[in-house]
Design a protein around this ligand. Structure first.
Ligand code: HEM
Length: 454
């Protein structure tokens, strides 16, 4: 049977000039790659004062992100400028000793061994949306992208601040964050070109004002979550305890920065994954039928639980294949902190190195039918990824996503719970275009019609 091939941007036969590249990049970071990028192990571009090196083979990914992780640990200037007003020295953009201390604590509290404690918030969030969908008329149009964003924002807030506080805080936190994201959504061309750090960035003061608003919201929540005597269990409480135990000792600012990191890194990524999964299922009837058969045989009427996840291998394979075709973070950029080499070629301090999951996950020399939607490749016996360095939706090496197990479990619980009772059909005539400015999404909205399953 011929597998379904979902949409991807046109791939020009000629590589673009540096100027064209920058102009397209501001609009869509996954539309800039020429056809040859899906065939080659290495790409390079000169951008004014800076060289851009794209590592595009498992061997080079391993060399840069694992073997030479010390040299390539620093996030790009572009990312640091965009996020520093908001997360300060938070682990997502810090490096060196600060990163090490923060990483230890955050990794401990989001570790796979903690999933049984964390999953009830996921089931509760999914159950809540399920009740809401059950109350809506068949054929109602919803924006699947924003529905998934609200769902995962609720789950991450409940996890960070505790279930009671999380339920009422999500809307305030989401509102404050989206104002900030709209401001930083534009590519910081100055940093990309390698212009000096001291030049003022446009919009700097507005970004600062939006960041301070988020910080005030977070400070209020942190005070409530940590200072109440009979406070609920939450990631914040565990984080603060874990940091004191290992002697790092977080002050309030460090706690706030890491809370902002967890929210920022931990909700839109899973939301986009779920939105893409709904879209793919709506286009591929056979995969949708198999997913329904699995969830119907495993789940009862209520939401999926942590225990159910291991009995949902096909649902998990759908999520893994979705993450291959549409990785929410398609480009992971690093700045060389010293002169070095990659694949024997010289790289200078300050050069920008990019792991390109978009091209690597669809590389013709690595994958069978690279552009086709085939969840079976992630089923037992299906072969899986050709190498652990060829499938990197959560990155790889010391900076690998600390929330990978959290995000996967959450996506499986949410998709299974909702698909047990509902299907979503794409609005007739609607065209989906994969678009990446900050993260890879199916456009700015995803209109779908809600159906009830018998
Ligand atoms: C499907 C969901 C997710 C995807 C695809 C994803 C992907 C990623 C990727 C690619 C990175 C590395 C970025 C880079 O190096 O430029 C990352 C880092 C990170 N993620 Fe996730 N993530 C997901 C969910 C989560 C969740 C749920 C959490 C928290 C509970 C989380 C917390 C983090 C943190 C703290 C980092 C920074 C790690 C470091 O720099 O040491 N992520 N994530």
């Amino acid at each position: 049977m011929i597998a379904y091939t979902p949409p991807f941007p046109e791939r020009p036969l000629q590589a673009a000039s540096a100027l064209q590249l920058l102009l397209t990049a501001r609009r869509n970071l996954v539309a800039i790659w020429p056809d040859s990028a899906f065939d080659r192990p290495f790409l390079t571009h000169k951008l004014l004062r800076r060289r851009l090196v794209v590592v595009n083979s498992p061997e080079l990914v391993r060399e840069v992100f694992v073997e030479k992780a010390e040299v390539f640990q620093r996030k790009s200037a572009q990312q640091r400028h965009a996020l520093e007003p908001l997360i300060g020295d938070g682990l997502f953009i810090s490096d060196g000793e600060t990163w090490k201390g923060r990483r230890r604590a955050v990794q401990t509290v989001t570790h796979v061994s903690k999933l049984a404690e964390l999953a009830p918030a996921m089931s509760a969030g999914a159950g809540h949306l399920l009740a809401d969908w059950k109350g809506r008329a068949a054929g109602t149009e919803i924006d699947a992208l924003s529905e998934m964003a609200e769902l995962t924002a609720g789950i991450i807030c409940a996890s960070i601040f505790g279930q009671r506080l999380g339920a009422r805080s999500a809307a305030a936190v989401v509102g404050a964050f989206s104002a900030y994201q709209n401001l930083i959504g534009q590519i910081d061309v100055m940093s990309l070109l390698g212009l000096p750090e001291f030049l003022p960035r446009w919009q700097g003061w507005r970004v600062g004002r939006a960041a301070r608003k988020i910080q005030r919201v977070l400070d209020g929540l942190i005070t409530e979550a940590l200072d109440r005597e009979a406070g609920e269990a939450s990631l914040l409480r565990s984080l603060s305890a874990s940091a004191s135990e290992d002697g790092t000792g977080f002050d309030r600012q460090a706690i706030r920065n890491e809370a902002a990191v967890l929210f920022m890194a931990g909700h839109e990524t899973t939301a986009n994954t779920l939105a893409w999964a709904w879209f793919l299922l709506s286009q591929d009837g056979e995969t949708e039928r198999r997913l329904h058969a699995e969830v119907d045989s495993v789940l009862g009427d209520g939401p999926a639980t942590f225990e159910d996840v291991k009995r949902l291998p096909f649902t998990r394979a759908v999520i893994e294949e979705t993450l291959r075709l549409y990785p929410p973070v398609p480009l992971q950029a690093r700045e060389a902190v010293a002169d070095s080499t990659i694949g024997g070629r010289t790289v200078k301090r300050g050069d920008l190195v990019v792991l390109n999951a978009w091209t690597l996950h669809r590389h013709r020399r690595l994958w069978d039918e690279p552009d086709a939607f085939r969840p079976d490749r992630f089923m037992p016996g299906g072969g899986g990824a050709p190498s652990r360095y060829a499938y990197v939706p959560f990155s790889i090496g010391p900076r690998i996503c600390t929330g990978a197990a959290f995000g996967l479990t959450e996506a499986v619980i949410c998709l299974a719970t909702l698909a047990r009772h509902h299907r979503l059909k794409l609005r007739p005539g609607w065209v989906v275009e994969p678009t990446c400015r900050l993260s890879l999404r199916p456009g700015t909205r995803l209109p779908m019609l809600l159906e009830h399953r018998p």
